[in-house]
Design a protein around this ligand. Structure first.
Ligand SMILES: O=P(O)(O)OC[C@H]1O[C@H](O[C@H]2O[C@H](CO)[C@@H](O)[C@H](O)[C@H]2O)[C@H](O)[C@@H](O)[C@@H]1O
Length: 278
């Protein structure tokens, strides 16, 4: 598989941007980019090619490259399903949760992400206020009532959000359920995000763009590569500079500079960056 020449050239320029104290940041969305989309979100996993490329990037000197996953998944689920290698920064719940993967011997206050138990996640403190918790309870109950009326729909719980899933719902019913879910969000003055067969209602105002900007500043990154497939990834594409490399995976309108067709090509992008840095 060969990437288009313009993208390959942009990746070469990207890796060349690193300098002393300023690594490049390779950041990616999870579902639909590293892991193919499935009916059952608990069964998601990176493709073998994506997992291999992540391992190669994580094994390179951190002075050259830093690795991050920026996802709508809650942090614990992201860590567990992705099996992200030690050294990877993790952003979960669209930016509400943040942490990084460390070797398993780390102190208490960590969570074990992978089945192998060789790594853990050190997470930044996270807590909702009493009011936010009450709002989230109301939102969850509202979405459960919506799901009960639409065959195949169900609700995913996250620490700061609830998500109505309609991937297994007939299209007309899914649209009506989505509208009803957005009405629940409006009723509670919460933050609504619409993604692929999901409507997420969050009690915290976050975005992947804010999270990526924060990460870039923390790491002093010289340049950023970001790959995403969904509407929520557009917030990340929009905050990056024209000199950064933004890659949309699959179809749909986008602010990204480049597009690849599939998760297989997304893995190829990561492998190409690893080749260029090796
Ligand atoms: O930001 P991401 O890493 O892309 O996470 C976005 C959402 O991913 C999950 O839902 C999506 O993937 C599911 C599994 O393939 C699929 O069934 C669903 O239709 C997709 O929208 C996850 O369940 C959500 O919580 C994430 O926000």
């Amino acid at each position: 598989m060969t990437l288009e020449q313009d993208l390959t050239s942009a990746l070469a320029t990207f890796v060349a941007a690193r300098s002393a104290g300023h690594p490049v940041l390779v950041a990616s969305d999870f579902d639909g980019v590293l892991a193919p989309l499935l009916d059952d979100p608990s069964a998601s996993a990176p493709t073998a090619a994506a997992a291999a490329a992540l391992e190669r990037l994580a094994a390179l000197p951190q002075a050259d490259v830093r690795l991050a996953l920026v996802s709508g998944r809650d942090l614990a689920t992201l860590a567990q399903l992705s099996g992200a290698p030690v050294g990877t920064s993790l952003v979960g719940s669209h930016g509400a949760e943040q942490g990084h993967v460390v070797a398993a011997s780390a102190d208490a206050g960590t969570e074990t992400p992978g089945a192998a138990g060789t790594s853990s996640v050190e997470r930044h403190p996270f807590a909702l206020t009493t009011d936010e918790r009450a709002t989230l309870d109301g939102v969850r109950a509202g979405l459960e009532a919506v799901a009960a009326e639409a065959e195949g729909a169900w609700v995913e719980d996250k620490p700061s959000a609830a998500v109505l899933h309609t991937r297994r719902t007939e299209p007309g019913a899914a649209e009506r359920a989505g509208d009803a879910a957005r009405a629940v969000g409006a009723r509670y003055g919460a933050h609504t995000m619409t993604g692929k067969d999901v409507v997420e209602i969050a009690v915290l105002d976050t975005s992947k763009g804010l999270a990526l900007t924060r990460l870039r500043d923390e790491l002093g990154a010289a340049a950023v590569l970001y790959m995403g497939d969904d509407v929520t990834d557009e917030r990340a594409f929009e905050v990056l500079a024209p000199t950064d490399v933004t890659v949309k995976v699959g179809a749909g309108e986008t602010a990204a500079r480049f597009r690849v067709a599939s998760v297989d090509e997304a893995a190829q992008v990561l492998a190409t960056v690893a080749d260029l840095l090796s």
